[in-house]
Ligand binder design. Structure first.
Ligand SMILES: NC(=O)c1ccc[n+]([C@@H]2O[C@H](COP(=O)([O-])OP(=O)(O)OC[C@H]3O[C@@H](n4cnc5c(N)ncnc54)[C@H](OP(=O)(O)O)[C@@H]3O)[C@@H](O)[C@H]2O)c1
Length: 330
């Protein structure tokens, strides 16, 4: 159990998103960023110096053996999440693991089983769910302010340069738009309509490296609701999300996945609310982990294991329809 005053974090994978998370943690009075480990001691030391982290370990195993770590944040490329989740669970550390939790549903089921077996907290780092603007949007929807939600549109696409070796395009690193950014609009659809679409149809473009450079998905739900979502890593798109209901709509302004502004349009009027992050938005997912662990929970009520499993199944289905298979998949 974490000490009363501090919740002690270790970071595994000191890359670009880990820097953002470290900045987010600085806005949590309770959090203490205590250790970092990656594959290179020199890179981890540079990261530790930048964020004033007292301990640097030469390997994940050494960090996981530190009894003064309460939780780890896993921020390596997708295929290396699962082995670290398994080790962290065995070491009895609470785990916040970057999205996608693993590259496919088989791995996600393994991760969840390990957390249950060892009785530790595990959450996929779907940080968007905890942002105040998203919380507000979902509250308006569940309070019936737009009537019945019927249709959701959301995009997340950006144009990267032609870097076939990069984690975003390399099949051995589980590249492609679906796993990198498509998971965000799929998750938004799950938060609005639930995790059990009745159908999921996907089309997309598979580029020269064999991963999806862009994809468009349509999902239908039991009462005829629809989600129309798309993702891209080689095309810039707008980053707006709108949920249309029978009596109005809710719009999350660009970029919706880190929204600070949300508009309710209903009954001929518009109401816009703006929110300031305490730091950069990543502090809210850290708060959720800390709160949940202190309450003795093994999963988050807002991003439970079932959501991660459902999202992984949807991504599997979309990749199968596009014909994208990773080399490490049998
Ligand atoms: N939540 C978000 O907003 C968000 C945004 C971007 C990315 N992500 C997720 O975060 C994860 C990391 O993305 P990133 O953009 O931060 O990647 P990145 O910049 O490449 O960082 C990944 C880090 O993992 C470490 N690592 C450990 N084992 C590795 C291995 N076998 N191969 C390569 N690197 C390894 C590397 O540090 P060493 O070389 O020192 O070991 C590297 O710095 C991805 O799963 C991605 O989906 C989330």
């Amino acid at each position: 159990m974490p000490s009363k005053s501090h919740f002690r974090w270790g970071i595994l994978g000191p890359g670009s998103i880990a820097k953002q998370f470290a900045r987010g943690l600085s806005a949590s009075l309770e959090a203490e960023l205590r250790a970092v480990a990656g594959r290179s001691l020199a890179r981890s030391e540079a990261f530790a110096a930048e964020f004033k982290i007292p301990k640097t370990y030469a390997s994940a195993d050494e960090l996981l053996a530190d009894p003064e770590i309460d939780a780890v944040y896993i921020a390596t490329p997708h295929p290396f999440h699962l082995p670290l989740v398994l080790s962290a669970c065995a070491a009895k550390k609470a785990v916040l693991c970057e999205k996608p939790l693993t590259p496919n549903a088989q791995g996600t089921l393994q991760a969840v089983a390990a957390a249950k077996q060892h009785g530790v907290f595990l959450m996929e780092a779907l940080w968007t769910r905890f942002l105040p603007a998203i919380v507000q949007a979902l509250a308006w929807i569940s309070d019936g302010r737009i009537g019945e939600p019927r249709l959701l549109e959301a995009s997340f696409g950006f144009r990267m340069g032609w870097e076939p070796e990069s984690r975003l395009l390399a099949p051995e690193l589980a590249g492609g738009s679906l796993l990198d950014v498509g998971i965000y609009p799929l998750a938004l659809a799950a938060w609005v309509f639930g995790t059990e679409p009745t159908a999921l149809k996907a089309v997309g473009h598979v580029g020269l490296t064999g991963v999806d450079e862009q994809a468009a998905l349509v999902l239908s739900y039991p009462r005829g609701e629809l989600a129309v979502v798309n993702s891209a890593v080689r095309t810039n798109t707008r980053h707006v999300a709108t949920i249309y209901g029978t009596e109005g709509s809710v719009t999350l302004r660009e970029p919706w996945w880190k929204a600070t502004e949300v508009t309710l349009s209903a009954n001929g009027t518009e109401e816009t609310l703006k929110f300031e992050f305490r730091a950069n938005g990543y502090e809210y997912e850290a708060d959720e982990v800390q709160r949940s662990v202190r309450a003795g929970k093994l999963e988050s009520a807002l991003v439970p294991h079932a959501t991660s499993i459902a999202l992984a199944r949807m991504l599997d289905s979309a990749r199968e329809q596009l014909g994208v298979k990773y080399p490490f998949e049998a």
